[in-house]
Ligand binder design. Structure first.
Ligand SMILES: [Cu+2]
Length: 139
């Protein structure tokens, strides 16, 4: 009986979220797509108080939001999906950019206008869902 109680204690401990994992969104923006475009790229810079992993993104502004990474394929840049997400280390922010990791918004559901703010839902392995208000801008 005693060992069952201990087991249960461990189970509850495991089910409790890691103490106050804090995510700070420092930058969040969406590159203004050309008129009529069905795709856009979004970028965030996030800091974590402990190692974490960005597993996925969603946005009401698009049918799909995927994590991509640009890489050199011979002499051409190409992008590939980050199937296992992107790590965020406690001592280094995750910094996205047009030539690196980005969020690919596919199937834009309404025009993204310059100056508009659009919520991005970021799902982290430990911190859970964090909403980032992304500004639509050129650069
Ligand atoms: Cu992409």
């Amino acid at each position: 009986m005693r060992s069952l109680a201990l087991t249960l204690m461990f189970l509850f401990a495991a089910a409790t979220p890691a103490a106050a994992q804090a995510i700070t969104v420092e930058i969040a923006w969406i590159m203004t797509p050309p008129p009529g475009a069905s795709e856009a790229s979004a970028f965030v810079t996030v800091r974590a108080s402990a190692d974490d992993r960005l597993l996925g993104v969603s946005c009401e502004c698009a049918v799909r939001a995927d994590l991509h990474e640009m890489s050199m394929n011979g002499s051409a840049m190409s992008m590939r999906p980050l199937r296992y997400g992107a790590p965020v280390f406690a001592n280094a922010p995750l910094t996205m950019g047009p030539h690196g990791i980005h969020i690919m918004l596919t199937g834009i559901t309404a025009p993204l206008r310059q100056g508009q703010f659009v919520p991005l839902r970021l799902t982290f392995r430990d911190a859970g869902i964090v909403t980032a208000n992304a500004e639509v801008r050129r650069r």
